[in-house]
Design a protein around this ligand. Structure first.
Ligand code: CP
Length: 439
C-alpha cells in the first residue's frame, strides 16, 4: 500500500500521548521559571507565521515566543496581502515559505490544511487552527493552565460547553484531557454536538468509557438534565440511588466556547449557552475554574472576570511560554528532547475512494484526492487522512488472501494495515477479482 510520509510538526492533538504531555508541561514550567536560560536558544532561526484567518492570541503569542528565544519572524497576517489572494495553492505557498523559514505556523479556514502544508514544506508545520478540526497548541495552553492550578488531572472533572460541532479548541481539548486521565462531561449547545464516531474514537484511544450523569443546570445549557461523561475504564461509579443516571456533584473546570458563526454554526432558536450570574452560586460550580480560549461573546459575561474561579486571562497569558516550549521541542531537540509525538500517517491515496464527504476539507478547496487512513481497534474506520472525516467504506479486502469482507466483520481486524483494500461496494471488490470471504 503506498503510504505518504509521516507528517512533521504538530497537526492534531491526536498526536499527543501521556508521556509527551507530562514531559512537555514540566518543560514549560522550567522555561517559565528560568526564561533567561533559554533567551538565545533560537538565534539565527526564522519562524514564519501564516494566518489565513483572524487571530490575536495565537499569532502574537507565537511571535512573542519566537522573539524571546532570539528567532527572527516573517509573517502573513492577512491572506489578502499574499499570493494566496492571486490563487496560489496551499501546497505551492507552503513549499515556497518552507524555503524561507525553519518552521511555519499556519492558520487556515479548511480542515486538515496544516497536514497538507506539511507535505509540501520541507520544514515542520505547526497547526495554529485549521477549520473546525483542531487547535492543538491551544490545548497545550489549556492543559498548562489547568496543571498549574491542580498539579495533575486524575480525578478531575471538566465540562466542555458550547459549540462542539464547529469549535476546534473543544475537539482538541477532548484528546488532551482524556490522555491525561481527566473525566470530561460533554455539554453541547442544542444541535451542536460532535459528529458521530469522534467521541468513540477518542474514548477507545484513551481507554475510556461513556456513562450518563445528570444535573439540573445542564438543562439550561444543552436542553437536557442528562449528559455524557467520559471517564477512564475501571473508575468506580458513585452510589446510585433510584433510577436514572447519577447526579454529578461537582465540576472542577468548565471550558466555555463561542459559537463559531464564521463556520456556519447557528444557535438553535437564537439561544446559545453560557455562564449566568445565578449559576455561579450553585454547588456544582463551587470550586470550578472557568476557562475560555477567547475571544468571547455573550457566553462569558465580563461580570465573571473578577471571580476567583476565572482563569481565562491567565490562560491567554500562558500562550507565549507554552509556544516557546513547542518551538524548542521542534527546533532544538538536541537540548530539549521530549518523548515523541504519535505519528499521524499521512495516508494512502490508493485506491481513490472519491471526494472527502466533508465540504470543509482541504482536499475540496485544493481540488486533490482525499488520502485515507485507518483507525479503530475494535472496529476499523476509514478516515480522510487530512480532515479525519469518516469515509463511507462498506467492504474491506485483504491484498494477500484476496478475500473481501463486510467492514464490521471480525476478519477485517485480522488484516494487516498494509494489506487493507477498502471498497465502497461489494460489487467493486468482486469486479477487482476478490472472492467473498463472508462476515
Ligand atoms: N484562542 C485563539 O485561538 O485566539 P485567537 O483567535 O485570537 O488566536
Amino acid at each position: 500500500m503506498p503510504l505518504l510520509p509521516v507528517l512533521e510538526g504538530l497537526h492534531s492533538a491526536e498526536a499527543f500521548d501521556p508521556a509527551f504531555l507530562q514531559a512537555f508541561l514540566d518543560r514549560v514550567r522550567r522555561l517559565e521559571v528560568d526564561p533567561d536560560g533559554f533567551r538565545d536558544s533560537l538565534r539565527g532561526r526564522i519562524v514564519a507565521t501564516v494566518f489565513e484567518e483572524p487571530s490575536t492570541r495565537t499569532r502574537l503569542s507565537f511571535e512573542a515566543a519566537a522573539h524571546r528565544l532570539g528567532a527572527g519572524v516573517i509573517t502573513v497576517a492577512d491572506p489578502k496581502t499574499s499570493s494566496r489572494a492571486k490563487g496560489e495553492s496551499l501546497r505551492d505557498s507552503a513549499r515556497i515559505i518552507g524555503g524561507y523559514a525553519d518552521l511555519i505556523v499556519w492558520r487556515h479556514p479548511c480542515d486538515g490544511a496544516s497536514r497538507l502544508a506539511a507535505q509540501a514544506a520541507a520544514v515542520p508545520v505547526v497547526n495554529a487552527g485549521d477549520g473546525r478540526l483542531g487547535h492543538p497548541t491551544q490545548t497545550l495552553v489549556d492543559l498548562y493552565t489547568l496543571n498549574q492550578a491542580w498539579g495533575g488531572f486524575e480525578g478531575r472533572t471538566v465540562g466542555i460547553l458550547g459549540d462542539l460541532a464547529f469549535g476546534r479548541t473543544a475537539r482538541s481539548l477532548l484528546w488532551g484531557l482524556t490522555l491525561l486521565g481527566a473525566r470530561v462531561v460533554a455539554l453541547p449547545a442544542p444541535g451542536l454536538d460532535w459528529e458521530a464516531g469522534f467521541e468513540d474514537r477518542v474514548a477507545e484511544r484513551a481507554g475510556y468509557r461513556t456513562v450518563r450523569v445528570s444535573h439540573p443546570m445542564f438543562r439550561s445549557w444543552t436542553g437536557s438534565e442528562e449528559a455524557r461523561l467520559l471517564e477512564p475504564r475501571g473508575v468506580r461509579q458513585g452510589t446510585l440511588f433510584g433510577d436514572g443516571p447519577p447526579r454529578l456533584e461537582r465540576l472542577d473546570a468548565l471550558y466555555l466556547t463561542r459559537l463559531q458563526e464564521e463556520r456556519g454554526a447557528v444557535a438553535e432558536r437564537g439561544v446559545y449557552p453560557g455562564l449566568r450570574p445565578w449559576q455561579l452560586e450553585d454547588p456544582l460550580l463551587a470550586d470550578c475554574l472557568f476557562l475560555h480560549p477567547l475571544p468571547r461573546r455573550g457566553e462569558l459575561p465580563e461580570s465573571v472576570d473578577e471571580d476567583r474561579r476565572a482563569r481565562y486571562f491567565e490562560q491567554a497569558r500562558n500562550g507565549p511560554v507554552v509556544r516557546a516550549a513547542l518551538f524548542l521541542a521542534l527546533l532544538r531537540p538536541d537540548s530539549w528532547q521530549l518523548p515523541p509525538l504519535v505519528s499521524l500517517p499521512a495516508g494512502s491515496p490508493e485506491p481513490d475512494l472519491g471526494p472527502c464527504p466533508n465540504p470543509g476539507c482541504i482536499t475540496r478547496s485544493e481540488g486533490i484526492r482525499a488520502p485515507w487512513r485507518v483507525a479503530g481497534r475494535r472496529h476499523r474506520v476509514f478516515l480522510c487522512a487530512y480532515c479525519d472525516t469518516r469515509i463511507p467504506v462498506e467492504y474491506v479486502g485483504c491484498r494477500s488472501s484476496r478475500r473481501v469482507h463486510p467492514l464490521h466483520s471480525p476478519a477485517v481486524l485480522q488484516i494487516r494495515p498494509e494489506n487493507l483494500r477498502p471498497y465502497r461496494s461489494r460489487d467493486e471488490a468482486l469486479a477487482d477479482g476478490y472472492v467473498w470471504g463472508g462476515g
